[in-house]
Write a protein that binds this ligand. Sequence first.
Ligand code: ADP
Ligand code: ZN
Length: 435
Amino acid sequence: MAQSYYQKEIETMPVDELKKLQSEKLVKQVKHVYENVAYYRNLMDEKGVKPEDIKGIEDLYKLPFISKADLRDAYPTGMLAVPMSECVRIHSTSGTTGRRVVAFYTQNDIDLWEDCCARAIVAAGGTKDDICQVGYGYGLFTGGFGLNGGSQKVGCLTLPMSSGNTERQIQFMMDLKSTILCCTPSYAAYLGESLKEQGYTADTIPLKAGIFGAEPWTEEMRKNIEATLGIKAYDIYGLTETSGPGVAFECCEQTGMHINEDHFIAEIIDPDTGEVLPEGEKGELVFTALDKEAFPLLRYRTRDICVLSRKKCSCGRTLIKMAKPMGRTDDMLIIRGVNVFPSQIETVLLKEGYEPNYQIVVDRVNNNDTFDVNVEISPDKFTDMVSEILAMEKTLANAMKIMLGINPSVHLVAPKSIARSEGKAVRVVDKRKLI
Ligand code: ADP
Ligand code: ZN
């Protein structure tokens, strides 16, 4: 397929020019942050770095990192770099109370973010003649609004379906003949299964392309989705902290995602030492946002593990590519699109009077995540009565649902029956084989 571009001059800009552009923007952005965000100014002062020390991207390494913990510390407005009256929107990560990160946007921030999403849609072959069905959630989650904005910028007829309601998704897809589908890969697979059950085949489904992201997915899953829906499936990456999806997107090569380097500088660091690693080495992805006004981020540690490559791409884009993230540096699980930390399960167990002896088992059956939590019953709670066991399981499941926002199946098991390796319990068994 011949490649089209949404912003050709940027997407195909010679690398040395791109780096010059990044340098100019970085100098300005550091000044903006230092002057307007006390939290980051303190971090810079602690490190003895002044805005004048940053003369270009070669000085980036001098700046302090920020982490999710910093953003939580600064919740809700501590990272805000413009007056609230300049902001037109917020979005938020899907974390539970206390873990949420709230990101603010000026109109310009929204514009640039939507441009990034528009680049992704055009790279997937989208034009103004397309009908783009957006099945990401609308609301605080960034996916729906981001792709919606990008789709309108491209000029596609945009169907703001939001997530879920599979019957309605299928009805609109068929009646309006959607050609592009944007949603999470697991939902795309689920929709594919549902279409198949209703007798639709790759030939009778009007879609030609899909833009799927917000969670990890494998090449195997890509092949399945492509075959079932009769489409090309493209990956898209982003996080709320960096605006949302569209930080990086796949082109016709489908061998990694081009990072929108005019807006973001990507670094790979050793997660243990913080040392910057050379291109091609695996490590933690760090982003510096160059244009964000309301919620700027300098050297933000994403915790996503990945590799960058500047190998020439056949699509003509010069933007560096990131491989699919290969997991995270922390123990966070994404189950049905929701962040789950083992520590949250532990908190519930302790509160409900259980020992923290548990194991989370996650699997993917028929393209849906299953979520089981096995909990060792403490001897003082032991009973032969099935009804009592069931009631205890239900109480625990409800408490976890309140904490996590999603419903696990809780199973009480005999004391000491959960496998321990070297004395430690194995907390997570992820059978989804996503990495
Ligand atoms: P939350 O942090 O609440 O999940 P985000 O939607 O901001 O909210 O999630 C961002 C995270 O989702 C990323 O850091 C990454 O781990 C994951 N992610 C997003 N897109 C992809 C993708 N295409 N492939 C793998 N992981 C992804
Ligand atoms: Zn490319």
